[in-house]
Write a protein that binds this ligand. Structure first.
Ligand code: IPE
Ligand code: IPE
Ligand code: MG
Length: 238
């Protein structure tokens, strides 16, 4: 059985927690002479594809960057389009998430979103709350710096300075109930973190791919996971 050891190695090296900066929707649309909204719509199809595939290959937790705390700088119309797509996504995909035993989680201050979207999100999270399977965390109005500021402020209220350590901070992060971040992928050829999971990325493997998010599919996730499997993580040791 020549293939068996390789398969086994790959399974052993499967990242537990993968995060994705889903970038390039606008450029995807532009290349096709379509409005940016069409790129975002195609981006939602990619979300569906990739989240399904992540579950299929056994990734325990997937965190996707859908709206950053800086994305409010975009034109109002585009923000409206993104809110519309979020509404559509929840309406069309929630039943599947419930059925597939997905633990849905939101990171970021989504309470700044329109009231009806907040209600939809809260309802979606509560309908998944009895689930016990893979975690899907969607970052909405998320910014890592604000997350850290909130965490440290909360700690400062109840701890003295010398009691505030890395473990204490980690316990206040929105990802506290998730496995450590193993692999962080950014699509579209940009090489930056754009305020995503700054603390959590400390020892994550980073992977930057040129593929635009709407073109990202099952094979791209497989490739990313395979690349992760070949990385030698030393965590400061030898
Ligand atoms: C990522 O695609 C989606 C969001 C930030 C909501 P972009 O909209 O940033 O696409 P580009 O970077 O302009 O191509
Ligand atoms: C990061 O992409 C945010 C999301 C993918 C939601 P951006 O397109 O907003 O990032 P910048 O502006 O290029 O850094
Ligand atoms: Mg972008």
């Amino acid at each position: 059985m020549s293939g068996a050891p390789a398969l086994q190695t790959r399974a052993l090296n499967l990242p537990r927690h993968v995060a994705i900066i889903m970038d390039g929707n606008g450029r995807w649309a532009k290349k096709r002479l379509l409005p940016r909204a069409a790129g975002h719509k195609a981006g939602v199809d990619a979300v569906r594809r990739v989240t399904r595939h992540a579950r299929a290959i056994g990734i325990e937790a997937l965190t996707i960057y859908a709206f950053s705390s800086e994305n409010w700088r975009r034109p109002e119309e585009e923000i409206g389009d993104l809110m519309g797509l979020l509404r559509l996504f929840i309406r069309s995909d929630l039943a599947e998430l419930v059925r597939e035993n997905v633990r849905l989680k939101i990171i970021g201050d989504y309470h700044r979103f329109p009231g009806d979207v907040v209600t939809l999100i809260d309802d979606a999270v509560s309908r998944c709350s009895a689930n016990t399977g893979p975690i899907l965390a969607i970052a909405l109005n998320y910014g890592a710096q604000a997350e850290l500021v909130r965490a440290v402020r909360r700690l400062a209220e109840r701890l003295s300075p010398e009691q505030i350590d890395a473990a204490a901070i980690e316990g206040e992060l929105e990802t506290r109930d998730m496995p450590p971040l193993d692999l962080l992928i950014r699509t579209s050829g940009e090489h930056r973190l754009s305020n995503f999971l700054l603390w959590q990325a400390a020892y994550a493997e980073l992977l930057f791919v040129d593929t635009l998010w709407p073109d990202f599919g099952e094979a791209d996730l497989d490739e990313a996971v395979a690349a992760f499997g070949t990385r030698n993580r030393r965590f400061g040791g030898l």
